[in-house]
Design a protein around this ligand. Sequence first.
Ligand code: PLP
Length: 407
Amino acid sequence: MSSRTVPTRQRLSQVRYEIRGELARRARDLEATGRTLIKLNIGNPGAFGFRAPEHLQAAIAEHIAESDPYCHQQGLPQVREAIAAQQVQRGARSVTAAHVFLGNGVSELIDLSLRALLNPGDEVLLPSPDYPLWSAATILNDGVPVYYDCRPEHGFQPDPEQIEALISPRTRAIVLINPNNPSGAVYSRATLEAIVRVAERHRILLMSDEIYDAITYDDAVYVPLAPLAGDLPCLTFSGLSKVHRACGYRVGWAVLSGDPIRSGDYHHALDLLGALRLCANVPGQWAALAALTGPDTIGALTAPGGRLFEARRAVIEACNASGRLSLHAPMGALYAFPGIDTTGLQDFDDHRFALDLLDNEGVLVVPGSSFNVGYRNHFRVTLLPQPDEIRDVFGRIEHALARWETR
Ligand code: PLP
């Protein structure tokens, strides 16, 4: 018998997804020994007691008997019509049901859309910090991530001039995540317009991950990118996981707007890759139709008194009261990304800190460097726990920081 082990793809050694990585595995091992932990690593509303709205649940039950066959590779026509109608209503140009692609979550569509685009060595402009699937999918589809900075000292906002300076003959796409995971930044119309002008000058595809589109706080305004892009090809992503609290339904969509002649080949490539994986989860697509045509259910959670709003308030207050923590208040999405003043803290690094927090305080967070940033003094928490639990967590974080001071 050969002693050779099963080989794996070499590029995987460059890929990290620490949200469910080493620390999460360690947390599971600790739980197996009977420890109770507070896990703030995943933006998974269902794990924190949120339920998908009843009209989504009812839609699946109602249509389950019709859901046996595969559907069209791009998705059920009725669902694509509803998604196209939403995009047209927002002002996206040249969008019909034919330009909508349903997937098993936005995750699948991120991978598929980069696979349809990239040849070896092609570059993709990604935000730093990013949602790390974007980096992983770029690398695994033979591309090269090139990061533009959204630095804490600039409120995690992108700089269109830097984006333009990073463009090379190999640049194939500019990716935006707005509202942003992990920083919670929401981009202004002026910034988005400037980025569109850059993309137009260099004729580069825009990809806009807007999975948190309806999750904003205070006076923040979500501005969809596609209407600003006009005739410029733009692929916009959204889905059921966050705004509709239905992560497990695995439904996302991508909408290709702009001049269909400029993106005709790309449209065919997306359609072919969609066909190779047959179709997206059909029962979940019926829930998407209900979500798009039914009442708003997120506004009450993000308004004052709402659970997400109050959780966010608890994080802001805890950071304001801290001698070490600083925070750009998240204006959207489901996360906070505090920074730590590490002055005088021996051997501090975000990963070691997260490990210490897990082992000694029973709290699981994601180290900031997991989001492809160069600095190592941030961490991400979700805003999904009850406000009291958040206050408890930040008490434990202060203990850990105090302990670090005497190391
Ligand atoms: N994009 C961003 C920015 C996310 O934060 C997530 C999940 O956390 C996804 C995409 C993937 O979502 P889905 O559940 O639709 O695959």
